[in-house]
Design a protein around this ligand. Structure first.
Ligand SMILES: Cc1cc2nc3c(=O)[nH]c(=O)nc-3n(C[C@H](O)[C@H](O)[C@H](O)COP(=O)(O)OP(=O)(O)OC[C@H]3O[C@@H](n4cnc5c(N)ncnc54)[C@H](O)[C@@H]3O)c2cc1C
Length: 818
């Protein structure tokens, strides 16, 4: 078969992911699909996978995708006639301490939200499920009867056959040398056998995807690491129907493998591999054994399954797999190049993820948008600096082990830190800041007082910073707090058509006088929320757009792609040019007044106003706006002037009770106000009407806005799910996310975000409540009896459609103030 000259879709890479994509594209009727593999199908990472197909992942959506994969593999052999080796023998995970057991139980609770069968089991039940396992140090476990295992090569071949049966063409020994890009759009590939033009190109090149993507100008941050397992000699009495056993506390999993025992690891300090690129010749290769590296792991495994000590080891296996900086895979259209998609960086769960990932990516390509909220894995979350190889190598040392490490709330990576720092970083550190990482930025999450170490001590309960953060929270509510918010992404849209262009993108009306701030969402054609931000009119022809650090790449790409051809408007990322300080609290005005001559009174500087003022020795943009629900100003300061402004604020702050405050306090404050957080409470599958943000929609502005028609239809129909605030009646259990929401003894949703509200003294959560039988109107929402399930225990909760704190917003407007 000759290589065609053109195709609708070209997939680069014939691992399980590329083959799954070809399978699902053809399943949806796109049959003009060409898959190019440089050597042989599955010869990269896929062939040597252990073949575990687990379903429970750290988040709701990733679990849904893994659950889909299991169903797909179960039926694949029958459909294609190609044996897959897939068997559903279940899996059991054990906990050797209370925290791990809580993690497992929280996962089991989450799984209830979509009917995944997860059973909490006692140590003796574990022993019954897996004879020979040592349980005297086991606290408990969870059993997933529908988890499976599969033969990765055969499953890949079955997916490939399914795709071929429906018309896809697969070429082995056909290396793609370059992805062709014209005018910012992928138009095909250049192979060793000539060019192939295509409407869409998909980078499924596994550990080669970074390099291939970089050559096309895209950021695909992943790095290979060595990954180990052993296979024993035949082990007498090992049943073929044994579930997979996971012992995350000793980083190990155990799988029966044709009468032998396969034991694999996720060790805490991994070995990055392929620093100088992946060898050209790699094909079904293995890496050298490293007995010294796995020896301690092996001892721990022998502790869990003592019979291991009595049997010989037949194979010491070492093979490379790709890892990403946050342990989540990379999916979707690249923000840099249109029609160039990626599916790579599977962090050792590519077999179990390939089915779901292939399905949603096929939908994404065909429909032009993701079929569900996929922000967890969306490649647009990546930052340009993450293409850096040294950073990737250093982070990979840690990421492999994180798969089985405790998934603590507020957990922060320890490696490759400090890539992005505010200009105030050193000043904050000197004052006790304990930093967390967001989009590579170091951000103060809380401040350790004198004598306290600025480091996390993790738990599922109140962590070591709880009381310190509570004091920061109190300062903002009662006096004044200072937040370093420099990590905000900031764009300028400028030009004669800036107003028209932006009004089409924003759901709210940005035709406002110069010096006004507009809170708005950007919607997609389905009315879903693409982002949540503020827009400040700086001049007749210039807007400052401020969005979250994590959305920087995504939102800039959205903005630039929605400037119509020929329009007189240019978008520029100015994030690095400005530091941002939030001065928030009832005494913020008094404090700022000591450093400026500007009139900060309600009459001259009302809520929603923005002015450039003198402050200390600088000229700063002061915007009267808040994410914490108090009187306050965000100060946009030329980066080089920020240290002096910061020093001046601190020097003047004492008499007003000024305290530095971190992101944990901000989160607590905003939860009390029910301010939404994009990525948690709102996403591209939630509309402003469902999210209770209808107040920010300018229905009748001239020219309309993207998503208006869909939103209008929904308004006429009414919504069947609605974002609701919850406060637990018991102040002790803490909410994080994904906890099931029970309404009158049925699960009606799950918590999207949670935090303790210190002013209210309650655990707070936000989540969508769905009415299966009708509208989620006020009567339905408030007429229910609610409980939130935390690690298997249902805790009674109060529900509210408004924020629990100052619902009328009197404090923001400084009602009664000057
Ligand atoms: C030891 C080990 C155990 C594992 N166990 C499990 C497990 O139990 N469960 C699980 O879910 N996952 C497991 N994994 C992970 C899983 O194997 C991977 O996540 C998965 O195989 C990744 O698939 P892929 O298609 O992305 O990559 P690959 O299989 O590497 O496929 C990429 C393909 O692209 C081709 N290619 C690259 N560049 C080009 C080019 N320029 N032109 C054409 N073709 C190109 C390559 O030759 C390769 O075949 C394990 C991994 C290892 C290493």
């Amino acid at each position: 078969m000759d290589l065609p000259r053109r195709a609708q879709v070209v997939i680069v890479g014939g691992g399980i992911v590329g083959c799954s994509l070809a399978y699902h594209l053809t399943l949806r009727g796109w049959t003009d699909v060409v898959l190019l593999e440089r050597k042989q199908l599955s010869c990269g990472t896929t062939w040597h996978a252990a073949g575990l197909v687990g379903q429970l992942r750290a988040t709701y959506n990733l679990t849904r995708l893994a659950q889909y994969t299991t169903g797909l593999y179960a039926a694949l052999e029958q459909e294609t006639g190609q044996a897959t080796g897939f068997r559903q023998t279940g899996s059991v995970a054990v906990a050797t301490n209370a925290a791990r057991f809580e993690e497992l139980k929280r996962g089991a609770s989450m799984a209830k939200c979509f009917g995944l069968d997860v059973q909490t089991v006692s140590p003796s039940e574990v022993a019954g499920l897996w004879p020979g396992v040592r349980t005297d140090d086991v606290v408990g476990g969870v059993f997933l009867p529908k988890d499976g295992r599969t033969n990765p090569i055969d499953t890949t071949l079955a997916l490939a056959r399914g795709a071929k049966n429906r018309g896809a063409r697969i070429f082995e020994n056909t290396k793609v040398e370059e992805i062709l890009v014209e005018d910012g759009r992928a138009v095909g590939v250049r192979t060793v056998q000539g060019e192939l033009r295509a409407d869409f190109v998909v980078n499924c090149a596994g550990m080669w995807a970074h390099e291939l993507g970089a050559r096309a100008g895209t950021t695909v941050p992943l790095h290979a690491a060595e990954h180990f397992y052993i296979v024993t000699e035949p082990m007498p009495g090992l049943s073929a129907s044994l579930p997979v056993l996971r012992d995350p506390d000793s980083c190990a999993y155990f799988k029966e493998d044709a009468g032998k025992l396969l034991v694999g690891w996720f060790e805490p300090v991994a070995k990055p591999w392929g620093m100088r690129g992946i060898p050209e010749t790699f094909c079904f290769d293995t890496l050298p054994e490293d007995l010294e590296h796995i020896e301690p792991l092996l001892s721990a495994a022998m502790h869990r399954t003592p019979a291991l000590a009595d049997v010989g080891i037949n194979l010491f296996f070492n093979g490379p797999e790709s890892f990403t900086p946050d342990d989540r895979y990379l999916l979707g259209e690249t923000p840099e190049v249109r029609h160039l998609y990626v599916a790579a960086g599977f962090n050792s769960i590519g077999i179990q993820s390939a089915g779901g990932a292939g399905k949603v990516l096929a939908d994404w390509i065909i429909d032009g948008h993701p079929p569900m909220d996929l922000w967890d894995v969306d490649v647009r979350r990546c930052m340009p600096f993450q293409r850096n190889r040294r950073y990737l190598r250093d982070r990979t040392v840690e990421t492999l082990g994180l798969l089985y490490a405790m998934h603590w709330p507020f957990h922060q990576p320890e490696s490759a830190r400090g890539a992005r720092r505010s200009i105030l970083h050193d000043r904050l550190r000197e004052r006790g800041a304990c930093f967390g990482e967001a989009a590579g930025w170091e951000r103060p999450n809380w401040y350790a007082p004198e004598g306290v170490k600025a480091e996390y001590v993790y738990s599922y309960g109140r962590q070591n910073w709880f009381e310190h953060s509570a004091r920061e929270h109190a300062a903002v509510r009662n006096a004044v707090g200072l937040f370093d918010q420099s990590s905000f992404a900031k764009f300028v849209l400028q030009g004669p058509d800036a107003e028209t262009v932006l009004n089409r993108i924003c759901a709210n009306d940005v035709s406002v006088p110069v010096g006004r701030i507009v809170y708005t969402q950007w919607l997609n054609e389905r009315g879903g929320i693409e982002t949540d931000l503020t827009v400040t009119r700086e001049a007749r022809d210039r807007y400052l757009i401020v969005t979250a650090a994590a959305s920087q790449t995504r939102d800039l790409a959205w903005l630039q792609r929605h400037i119509p051809e020929g329009a007189g408007a240019v978008a520029v990322d100015v994030s690095s040019g400005m530091a941002v300080l939030g001065v928030m609290g009832p005494r913020s005005r008094e404090l700022l007044a000591t450093l400026t001559d500007a009139d900060l009174s309600n009459a001259s500087f009302p809520f929603g106003a923005s002015q450039v003022i003198d402050l200390a020795y600088a000229r700063v943009r002061a915007s009267r706006i808040t994410y914490v629900g108090e009187l306050g100003w965000e100060l946009y300061i030329p980066t080089e002037c920020a240290p002096e402004v910061f020093d001046a604020l601190l020097a003047a702050g004492g008499p007003f009770g000024l305290r530095l405050a971190g992101y944990h306090a901000m989160n607590s404050l905003r939860m009390e106000k029910a301010y939404r957080h994009w990525g948690h409470d709102i996403s591209d599958e939630d509309t402003p009407l469902q999210a209770g943000l209808g107040f920010a929609v300018a229905w009748s502005k001239p020219g309309g806005f993207i998503g208006r028609e869909a939103l209008l239809r929904q308004k006429e129909r009414g919504v069947t799910r609605r974002l609701v605030q919850f406060a637990l009646r018991d102040p002790l259990p803490l909410l994080y996310h994904n906890e099931p929401i029970w309404r009158d003894d049925a699960i009606a949703g799950r918590i999207a975000s949670g935090m303790f509200g210190h002013t209210l003294g309650k655990s707070l959560g936000m989540g969508y409540v769905e009415n299966q039988d009708g509208l989620a109107d006020r009567d339905f929402v408030l007429g229910g009896r609610y409980e939130i399930e935390v690690a298997g225990v249902r805790v009674p909760a109060d529900a509210s459609l408004a924020g629990f704190y100052d619902p009328a917003g009197l404090r923001i407007k400084d009602a009664g103030g000057t």
